[in-house]
Write a protein that binds this ligand. Structure first.
Ligand SMILES: [Mn+2]
Length: 349
């Protein structure tokens, strides 16, 4: 009798032990607070924030696939109106030193030579050329590429990045570089939409789509430098998006704005003069962080440009894409961008 009771108790003890072990194992996996020491908590917090940083910077390889076309033979469906993998608010900082090699490494499975990408699993809504006027801002370029490529990939665009580099140290002409970017990009691919972007502007929300709409679009609505408000109502600088038709209709930018200022206001006047108006995304979404920097050499504010703004109606037909003249010095296709060095016939700085 005693032996039976003893056996029963032993069986019960073993059973309890097994139950307890299973419980321990389960609670470790599911992070039940009861068994979670502060050290463990700290670790999971770090891991989570790392994941956020990682997904902010690097697109999801599984959901986006590679830049290779689908092999199934079935025609691809159009991409959805609202891209499904957007993250909304993004964490952006410019303290980290980023070399082009740092930026290139995680993106290389996704991009094609020249800073090109198109979604693997659907047909992009638009073919978009991103045009960046450039001179001596390599540090800004790394930040811009680090943040923008993952955003543009999540936005499911069929896009290419064009950095238009003004050769020499004559007076800078940003507007002419934009016209050149438009012209050179069209030699590559039949782009339908042109996004003109300053190199120091990074969006703080990926819901701000780099696409064109039925009106010329001003994308950089709320910039931190201006306390996230519009400095004035007709501002049309920073980041803008014009369809091929819209840009042709205004004859592009004027080529004659040398030095800093005015070319963006002239473009705004061209748009209005041609009977169009502009659109903007909601300022809650269209927030930007600007990289802080000093004034560039040979790009001083040009007081003549203010006077020129009175002449837009007279100059629009003869000064622009139809009068553009320049010489391409070099075209270099990197995985992250197409870098085009041009002689814009600049006066000495
Ligand atoms: Mn700036």
């Amino acid at each position: 009798m005693l032996k039976t009771i003893f056996n029963f108790l032993m069986l019960y003890a073993v059973f309890s032990l097994v139950c307890f072990s299973v419980f321990l194992l389960y609670s470790k996996n599911s992070n039940l607070l009861f068994f979670t020491d502060p050290h463990h908590l700290l670790n999971t917090t770090n891991k989570t924030s790392l994941n956020i940083e990682k997904t902010t910077a690097v697109p999801d390889f599984h959901q986006n696939g590679t830049a290779m076309p689908a092999t199934s033979g079935r025609p691809l469906e159009p991409c959805p109106d609202i891209p499904p993998n957007l993250q909304g608010v993004l964490y952006v900082e410019f303290r980290t030193n980023r070399t082009l090699e740092d930026v290139r490494r995680p993106l290389s499975p996704l991009l094609q030579q020249g800073g090109r990408y198109k979604p693997a699993n659907c047909v992009a809504k638009q073919k978009v050329a991103i045009i960046i006027p450039f001179r001596n801002r390599y540090e800004h370029l790394s930040h811009w590429l680090h943040y923008l490529h993952p955003i543009l990939i999540r936005q499911q665009l069929d896009y290419g990045v064009y950095v238009i580099n003004q050769e020499g140290d004559g007076v800078f002409n940003k507007a002419k570089l934009m016209n050149i970017g438009h012209t050179e990009a069209l030699k590559d691919y039949d782009y339908e939409c042109f996004v003109f972007s300053d190199i120091d502007l990074v969006p703080l929300n990926d819901r701000n789509l780099y696409r064109c709409s039925d009106k010329p679009r001003h994308l950089s609505v709320a910039v931190d430098k201006f306390n996230f408000t519009l400095p004035y109502n007709t501002i049309f600088g920073g980041v803008t998006a014009l369809s091929r038709e819209q840009f042709l209709k205004v004859n592009g930018f004027s080529n004659t704005f040398w030095g800093w200022g005015g070319e963006d206001d002239d473009l705004y006047q061209r748009i209005v003069f041609r009977g169009m108006s502009i659109s903007r995304p909601d300022s809650v979404i269209a927030r930007y962080k600007m990289i802080k920097h000093g004034r560039d050499l040979h790009n001083d504010r040009n007081p003549d440009n203010v006077q020129k703004l009175k002449e837009t109606p007279q100059t629009i037909d003869r000064d622009g894409l139809n009068s553009l003249s320049y010489t391409v010095r070099n075209i270099r296709k990197d995985l992250l961008y197409t870098f085009i060095t041009v002689d814009v016939q600049a006066p000495a700085g």
